[in-house]
Write a new protein. Sequence first.
Length: 437
Amino acid sequence: MSIAEHVSFARDPVNGSTEIKRVVIASIIGTAVEWYDFLIYGTATALVFNKLFFPLSDPALSVIAAFGTYAVGFLARPLGAAIFGHFGDRVGRKAMLITTIVIMGLGTFLIGLLPTYDQIGIAAPVLLVCLRLLQGIGLGGEWGGAVLMVVENSSARNRGLLGSMVQIGWPVGNLTAIGIFAALSQVPESDFLAWAWRIPFLISIVLVGIGLYIRLQLEETPVFREIEARKEVAKLPLMEILTRHRRPLFTAIGLKVSEISYAIIAGVFAISYVTGNLGLPRNVIINAIFLAAAVALLAIPVFGWLSDRIGRKTMFYASCLFAMAFAFPLFWLLNTKDPLTITLTIVAAITFGQMVGFAVGAPWYSELFAARLRYSGASLGFQIGAAIGGLTPFAAATFMAWSGGATWPISVYLIVLASITFLATKLAPETASKALN
């Protein structure tokens, strides 16, 4: 059975296959806008912020400081998950999606207007951190709602495929972000640092408007409407999860940490490493990440479809083994300084180290929790795991400073996180093809 045929079998409990297709498309577009906003910050961190907002005398310390603010966005994501997860389980999925896209868009747009360190001193990095926090809170609340809009409208036989397709928003957002920075890389360095870097942040306001319009057209999920009709809405979903459902929460956290670490090493830290440590032009690594995101457009639905056929656990086991085996070769291959080798390395790292868990995890995190707690549980598991992984570029820069430029501590770090995810996979129940509880 082809993926296209598999999609055609999806049925919304109320309105049929047309409705689920509309929900999937709307979720992809809205999520792409959110990821674009979040990911342009990561690219700018490696290319701009360490120079304009953290101009320390020691370049290594400057990179560490810049990646520290990048990590702040990840640390804020569990807060967003807690806040919007609570109201998503109390009020509904749709209302939270509308709120979060506005918060994310506002934070991103304002970053594009910020004065630099030379203009207002220490207030510049302080404001940057505050706006990064706003971004993190927005994305922390957004992801769970976007996934549930699809998962709770899907049938058991293709929930893995359709749930994974929400994650296509990541490569679409990444392609847009990297594409804009790649175009701006043709601008002279002085102009790029003076004004051109602001363009990706400022145009986000237009994309947010489009995403907001699309999300306003969606209806609440039939699952949540049924919970309301039965008067089973959780009063304090977060407290209920922390007191009575800790195992699925910690399992979801463990499932996330390896995937996100590979995403950040290959998609963010590698920019700084290839341009700063290896001295290569920034277009080499930006083009590599661009190609990896293009491959992800095809890989994500394939991995989701496979998880419906052979199981969520099998897919995660395979990705964990790859993550462990590739941790040291990743840097050996980057150190060749050969553009083709670097490109293939980044594509492999993101496709098999990140995208398997990223695609399959979307439906799996949701399936671990009962419907009345699902927004809070899935969001918190995903975002706490992301927060732990979000420390990766900060940790990597620190490891390199500590080891005198050696990358082996980073590889060990990737192996440790992959081992945690492997253990979480072993403990998690297989949920493929089973009805949602």
